[in-house]
Design a protein. Structure first.
Length: 186
């Protein structure tokens, strides 16, 4: 792929060991393999058939990993046109079914007509500090199914504020990254 700076691999499911091309773009920070492995071990009982939203998708590694492991569909949202095109190219090359890419800013996307998702991946660019507005819009805008799972990745020193009805299921750290899985309680 022209402009690719490297590769990451899918670690489980039907696409296991497939490589994703990673474009050389400022601020693009794919979720580490170790973190993805831990997250998807946590999600193993609920990933099959899940309807997912990969908000601020970047490389799409989280959403493609979900498709590989049996999610029924993933809506990828990525504001950078080059990253969105690389994601489309990876999905096509891998023949990954059930993935749709919207090349739009996450905040603008969440202003549209809500479609409740059972699993949301929220990993915005760290420098933009988007956790509060995105979390608020997800919760208040009807984007979450009643018992949705929400994955949030942030800098290790940052503890994003989440709604009171998001119960922390599990969390961890890896290097400078904090990752947490919440369950929406209604």
């Amino acid at each position: 792929m022209k402009g690719a700076s490297g590769h990451i691999r899918i670690i489980g499911g039907q696409l296991r060991n497939s490589r994703l091309d990673v474009p050389d773009l400022p601020g693009l920070r794919p979720t580490a393999e170790r973190v993805r492995e831990t997250l998807f071990n946590w999600l193993a009982p609920v990933i099959s058939g899940a309807r997912c939203l990969d908000l601020c998708a970047g490389t799409g590694a989280l959403g493609i990993e979900a498709l590989s492991r049996g999610a029924s569909s993933v809506q990828f949202v990525e504001r950078d046109a080059r990253a969105a095109q690389a994601l489309r190219d990876n999905l096509a090359r891998l023949k990954a079914q059930g993935g749709q890419v919207a090349a739009v800013d996450a905040q603008l996307y969440l202003q549209g007509a809500a479609q409740p998702f059972g699993l949301v991946f929220l990993d915005p660019p760290f420098a933009l500090d988007l956790w509060t507005p995105l979390v608020r819009r997800l919760e208040e805008g009807g984007w979450l199914a009643p018992s949705a799972w929400i994955y949030v990745e942030s800098p290790r020193q940052t503890l994003p504020t989440v709604p009171a009805n998001w119960a922390l299921h599990r969390e961890g750290t890896a290097g400078d990254v904090r990752y947490a899985l919440y369950r929406r309680v209604t």
